[in-house]
Design a protein around this ligand. Structure first.
Ligand code: SF4
Length: 508
């Protein structure tokens, strides 16, 4: 078995993913998401731009398979070439074990791995020659990894330390540095003392898990799982197990506390005493969790126990429902979509302010601004903080006066905030899609998502095929409609509950 840097990086994000990559049934994997393929292409472009901007003259091993690539990389290192791009590093298990200082607390793991048919493979983006003594002569190599991320994430640091350790075994001396080059082409130095030690123990744990074939438990986390191509497999398993990670608000830490109390299903959480639950996870979380489990078991919407019914979301004759399509990494907001709802004349019309090219963002902003200024009394409903942050960004970028921006923002009403502060719903997540689906609303673009919209925009820019723009417009319009239906439902539900407390637990 080859322990690659990619397996190790996945292990840092989700242990189960590494297990599935090695032992999972490939037929159960989802096809790679278009958004991920796009990120991979951008990463390649970022590497090419970095090499060019730093005027790096490199040699590249031509071997397609990893073994040939490694042999050629080693030859290039022996020759002392200045920069090797796209090389491989390889170690047998005994070479790895000799190169690391085996800590007592890792002894068991290493005993396991002694039995293992395991080897180590790493692919640093660059190997750069530096003065120093090594088995090659008066030079040594340091690893550099070029990443598209903005921040030096822990998993990047782990892999940088892994490459440094492999080089130590290969060249007979630990490289003095291991670096990351990030999105803005800024260089980040890894603290090798700290990360080497952490990496040793993570590698040992990972090997132990793989050798023992211990399948880590599923835990669905929206942020971590959304781009994983084992998602359908894991989600179906979690569903079949009625896994607690499908309950909103259950974090890995809270999950451990609940399991520690012997609470592993909805019924047991609903049955446990409030006081007992509060002792373990705190009062506020316990109250919410109790209500959430009740809502899921009864499949009913409920008013939050701590909500004061005197406050309702505002309603006005003209209302605007606002949603943005954006590529935050590139800092481009390419569509500002507004649904105008006239409650007096009972009409609805969608107004898209679209930058057909990123350079037209200023024009879209200007048109949006003029439009919302036509309805100075209208509240502007949106879902999540992103819209407010974007208005601030665009206003700053295009020199809109601060006082006018403040007036505009005072009209904004965050429906996500209203929903989560007032009601508990029988859903797995409080995302717009999950809530609107629960209401029976369906998007015309069934595969639509924020990430997919970014891919459509990219495809539009490269192909000029307007069907991609149409898909973005349709998806954004439906986001606005979903926000509108959600707001209607919420006001109606809260109103009914106000007049008839008995209906507190009924879906209107
Ligand atoms: S879907 Fe989530 S739990 Fe499953 S392997 Fe991927 S990241 Fe891990």
């Amino acid at each position: 078995m080859l322990l690659t840097d990619q397996l190790l990086l996945n292990y840092k994000r989700c242990r189960r993913r590494t297990y599935l990559e090695v032992y999972g049934n490939r037929e159960e994997q989802d096809p790679e998401k278009e958004f991920l393929l796009k990120l991979k292409r951008e990463n390649q472009l970022h590497i090419a731009n970095t090499l060019e901007s730093k005027s790096l003259v490199y040699q590249r091993p031509k071997g397609k398979n990893w073994l040939l690539n490694w042999q050629q990389t080693k030859e290039l290192m022996e020759q002392g070439v200045e920069c090797i791009y796209g090389g491989s590093l390889y170690l047998s298990l005994s070479q790895w074990q000799t190169s690391i200082a085996i800590k007592d607390h890792n002894k068991d793991h290493n005993d396991d791995s002694n039995q293992a048919n395991i080897a180590f493979l790493g692919k640093p983006t660059l190997l750069i020659k530096r003065p120093g003594k090594s088995i090659f002569g008066d030079w040594l190599y340091i690893p550099i990894n070029i990443k598209l991320g903005r921040r030096p994430k822990p998993e990047y640091k782990l892999i940088a330390a892994y490459h440094a350790q492999m080089l130590a075994a290969i060249q007979g001396v630990l490289p003095p540095q291991s670096q990351l080059i990030l999105r803005q082409q800024n260089t980040y130095q890894i603290q090798l003392d700290y990360w080497l030690e952490r990496m040793h123990s993570i590698v040992a744990e990972c090997i132990a898990m793989l050798m023992a074939k211990q399948e880590p438990e599923v835990f669905i986390s929206r942020q971590r799982c959304s781009l994983c191509n084992w998602y359908s497999h894991c989600y179906n398993l979690a569903k079949s197990q009625q896994h607690l990670s499908l309950i909103p608000g259950i974090t890995p830490k809270r999950y451990e506390s609940l399991i520690g109390m012997g609470l592993d299903n909805l019924e047991s959480i609903a049955a446990v005493s409030q006081d007992h639950l509060e002792e373990k996870i705190g009062k506020t979380v316990a109250v919410l969790l109790k209500q959430q489990t009740q809502s899921l078991l009864l499949e009913k919407a409920m008013i939050r126990a701590d909500y004061n019914l005197q406050h309702l979301p505002p309603t006005s004759p003209i209302e605007l429902y606002f949603d943005i399509e954006a590529e935050p990494d590139r800092q481009v907001d390419y569509l500002l979509g507004v649904l105008l709802v006239d409650r007096i004349h009972n009409t609805k019309k969608f107004y898209p302010f679209l930058a057909e090219h990123p350079t037209e963002e200023a024009q879209a902003w200007q048109q949006f601004w003029e439009f919302v200024s036509l309805y100075p009394e209208a509240k502007i409903f949106h879902f999540s903080e992103y819209e407010v942050e974007t208005i601030k960004r665009l206003a700053g970028l295009y020199q809109t006066p601060k006082s006018s921006t403040q007036v505009l923002l005072s009209r904004f009403v965050d429906l996500h905030h209203w929903v989560t502060k007032t009601v508990i719903l029988p859903v797995e997540s409080y995302s717009l899609k999950s809530l609107a689906n629960w209401l029976g609303f369906e998007w015309r673009e069934a595969e639509g998502s924020g990430d997919q919209s970014v891919c459509w925009y990219d495809s539009w820019l490269t192909t000029k095929d307007r069907t991609f723009l149409d898909a973005i417009l349709s998806y954004n319009e439906d986001d606005c409609y979903a926000t509108y239906y959600l707001k209607n439902w919420l006001v109606e539900f809260l109103n009914q509950s106000e007049f008839d407390p008995v209906k507190n637990s009924e879906i209107s």
